[in-house]
Design a protein around this ligand. Sequence first.
Ligand SMILES: Cc1cc2nc3c(=O)[nH]c(=O)nc-3n(C[C@H](O)[C@H](O)[C@H](O)COP(=O)(O)OP(=O)(O)OC[C@H]3O[C@@H](n4cnc5c(N)ncnc54)[C@H](O)[C@@H]3O)c2cc1C
Ligand code: SF4
Length: 510
Amino acid sequence: MGDPRGFLKVRSRRELAERPVEERIKDWLDVHAESGLQPWTQEQAARCMDCGTPFCMTGCPLGNVIPEFNDLVRQGQWEDAYNKLSMTNNFPEVTGRICPALCEAACVLGIHQPPTMIKLDEQTIIDQAWNLDYVKPQPPQRLTDQTVAVVGSGPAGLACAQQLTRAGHTVVVYERHDAIGGLMRYGIPNFKLDKSLLDRRVEQMEAEGTVFHTNVEIGKDISWDELRSRYDAVVVAIGSTVPRDMKLPGRELDGIHFAMDFLPDATRRVWGKKPINDITAKDKHVVVIGGGDTGSDCLGTSIRQGAKSVTVLQIMSQEPTERPANQPWPTFARLYQKTSSMEEGGTYIYDTDSVEFEGTTLPENIHEIDGVQTEGFVSDEKGHVTGLKIVKVAPGENGPFTRQAGTERIIPADLVLISVGFLHPETDTLVDQLPVDLDGRGNVARNDSFATSQDGVFACGDAGRGQSLVVWAISEGRSCAAAVDKYLTGSTELPAPIVASQRPMALPRR
Ligand SMILES: Cc1cc2nc3c(=O)[nH]c(=O)nc-3n(C[C@H](O)[C@H](O)[C@H](O)COP(=O)(O)OP(=O)(O)OC[C@H]3O[C@@H](n4cnc5c(N)ncnc54)[C@H](O)[C@@H]3O)c2cc1C
Ligand code: SF4
């Protein structure tokens, strides 16, 4: 039972202080100046009203037992709080930092006061647990003789692997990149999620018995059907990585890239690894097309790399600051919220569509070959982007956006980053070699128990759901593990917080 008067005594909500902008844009460290363990942490946790019906828990896809761990934070009982939290969440150090906190949108206190600080409590509990050495490997007491291959080491694959390893199965995770973590490693920038947090968790998983193979691409280095024949079950957790393109005139110009061709190298450089595409924003006018979280990550990264200017374009209007009537409590409303990167600089332009890319003049079209004048290009020189023509649009309530005549203008751009979402997973080799059904959007189709159309092959995370959130991926991975365990042994005691078709009350934009 929480403090029944806590929310009356402390009405305001505290946030973690951030480091000064001028200091933090010079490095890639966490933007925050302080940890969650502050003199006010316990009184903030006491604001939780311990509601009869804790709506916050319905907001969290993991079913985190929020009022109970809030009360343990209030009492400073860190070990019990950690035990409670780790019952439902494999990686609270990640969600406690970068989850959009769907739970807080559903907090009952949030109807008339700022909501309880659930996400920060989660971070503080797990940070304390690591600091106080409560986090220990949990190897299984006995091994089954069943083997599982998990393809993809994002939050879905990792959560699934950890659950199945702890249930006694022999689990091998295959990852095509050189490090474990999926988009937590090479998508989300280091200043939002320090990668040492992932390394620590991978060490724990190895100590429990999970085996990791990096730099192995299934479908290329080992075929999907070969993998299936080697293991008793296969889990497809390959994410949703095919980016949505902008097919505008001038798209072929140099200097126009997808956000995910740009972001991973920034993290690679921080960790002393060789960049792959070697794209940098240094001394460039950067235009980011797409104002979601990925666009914001491109902004913060470009600023740290020393861009001359960064402009982020959003086709939609700026979000409202108060809940609109059509997004009532307890849904996750799309409200305007400044990200830490937005505080660091850059300009957002709303209600704006892109028309065409402008570029340097292409090379002369006439060439002399063996004394004969010939039309047509003889090299693959394409010219480089120099600007982007944009136009104002009228907000489309339910229909398409309408371009406003006479509002066209060109903004300078030496580097354009396309960040308008992702279409579906990369499934070419999978479908060729182990023909699973896809759904209408190109995601891997599965039933509510995460089983694909191929016997013994399961799919979880963005690969089945489409681009979503880390918290959904962990929830999918846990539920998928329960389904695989049942498939292998006939029954399961592993928790399954969701079924595959379960959808959020509203999704933030990527
Ligand atoms: C830039 C960016 C920022 C984001 N920020 C946030 C945020 O702040 N908060 C949040 O909650 N969510 C965020 N997301 C979304 C979140 O990262 C994803 O929803 C989540 O990581 C999905 O997890 P997953 O395990 O399904 O897939 P992923 O994390 O995509 O992992 C899939 C893994 O599978 C590997 N793989 C693919 N094919 C193969 C193969 N054939 N063989 C071997 N390995 C393979 C990939 O290399 C990858 O490592 C962000 C996404 C992006 C792109
Ligand atoms: S995982 Fe996200 S939604 Fe769930 S309790 Fe933590 S912050 Fe809230």
